[in-house]
Structure formats: C-alpha cells, structure tokens
Design a protein around this ligand. Structure first.
Ligand code: S3P
Length: 188
C-alpha cells in the first residue's frame, strides 16, 4: 500500500501550508490540506464551523477528512493543528512519514495573523497558544518520525530540512526509477 509521501503536523501558524506546497513542488507531488478539504466540503470557513456547530463537530469532520486524505493522497498532506488530538487519527499516523514542524512561543507570537482566522486563538493568542502547546507537544512528538524546528528559518530552508530528515531523494519521487537505491542518485 502506498501512503502519502509526507504528512506535516504542528501548531497553527507554523507554516504547514507554505512548507507543504513547497515540498510538493520540490518533489513533483500533489499537495493536500485537510483544513481546505473541510472548507470545500462544507462550503464555509473553519471559523464559521466552530462558531455555528462547535469544536466537537469540527473534530468529527476533521477526523473523516484526515482519514480520506491519508487513504487517497500519495503526495504531501498537511493536517490541521488539532488533528492529532484524536486517538484514531494518531493510530492512522503510526508508521507514516510524519514530520512535526515545531516553533517556540516567541516565534509564534512574532508571526502575524495568529488569532484572527483561528477561532482557538481569538482571545489572548499568546496565552492560548502556550496552553494548546502544553496539551499537544507530546502528541505531535508521539506521531512524528522527525521533528523539524522552524524558528527563524525561511520556508525553503524548512522544506529542505524535511526532505533531509525523511531521507527523501530523487529515488522517492513518483515516477522515478523504483529500482533505484538510496545513494544511487548521487552517482554520475
Ligand atoms: C486548529 C488548527 C487550524 C484549524 C482549526 C483548529 C487547532 O488549522 O484546523 O482552526 O486546533 O490547532 P491550522 O493548523 O492549519 O491553522
């Protein structure tokens, strides 16, 4: 069974979408984002789903969206920041090439936009972000094959670090010679 090439997890604002899109381009693969899948399927924004139907309902939609994306998508998949709260989702992630994009609280605060479009950070973003991370840090680490810090790093540098951390070279790119062994791509 061929699962996704890369699964990105990590907190809101860490750059999963930007880095995921760069990785997809770099690896000539498709990109899929479970938040975007939910918005498309529901025809409304995540913040509207939270406010109209509550977080629990959103988490149900998210669980189903993650399951579909992991089953169907062979490229790069980025999960919403809270997807790993679900036990079934964590079980699905076991054994997959999951990378946790991490950042420190100061970096999170420095990055603009934290809060406005994100219902969980609507009030007192700094405090809420810290609290969320206390609850989630161990879960991100548990599901991850590699942790890649993003603090003060450009998205291109982060993408390169993800590729390196997973040992993904040209041999892993769809369409590449499947008989190629790691290291062969470096031979002239
Ligand atoms: C959430 C993260 C968001 C989105 C929702 C809840 C969370 O996704 O799924 O607002 O619980 O951390 P991003 O991590 O893509 O911002």
């Amino acid at each position: 069974m061929s699962g996704p090439l890369i699964v990105l997890v990590g907190p809101m604002g860490v750059g999963k979408t930007t880095v995921g899109a760069l990785l997809a381009e770099r690896l000539d693969a498709g990109y899929r984002d479970t938040d975007a899948d939910i918005v498309a399927a529901e025809g409304r924004e995540i913040s509207d789903i939270f406010f109209e139907d509550g977080e629990e309902h959103f988490r149900e939609l998210e669980r189903a969206a993650v399951r579909s994306a992991l089953a169907e998508h062979p490229g790069v998949v980025a999960l919403g920041g809270g997807a790993i709260l679900d036990k079934d989702t964590r079980e699905l992630l076991a054994g997959l090439p999951v990378v946790y994009l991490s950042m420190e609280a100061n970096e999170a605060v420095r990055r603009t936009g934290l809060g406005l479009a994100r219902p969980l950070l609507a009030i007192n973003p700094r405090q809420q972000w810290k609290q969320l991370m206390e609850e989630r840090r161990a879960l991100y680490t548990e599901v991850a094959r590699a942790v890649v810090p993003t603090d003060e790093r450009a998205p291109e540098v982060v993408a390169e670090a993800v590729i390196e951390a997973l040992g993904l070279g040209p041999a892993a790119v769809p369409g590449a010679d499947p008989s190629a062994t790691p290291g062969k791509e470096n031979q002239a």
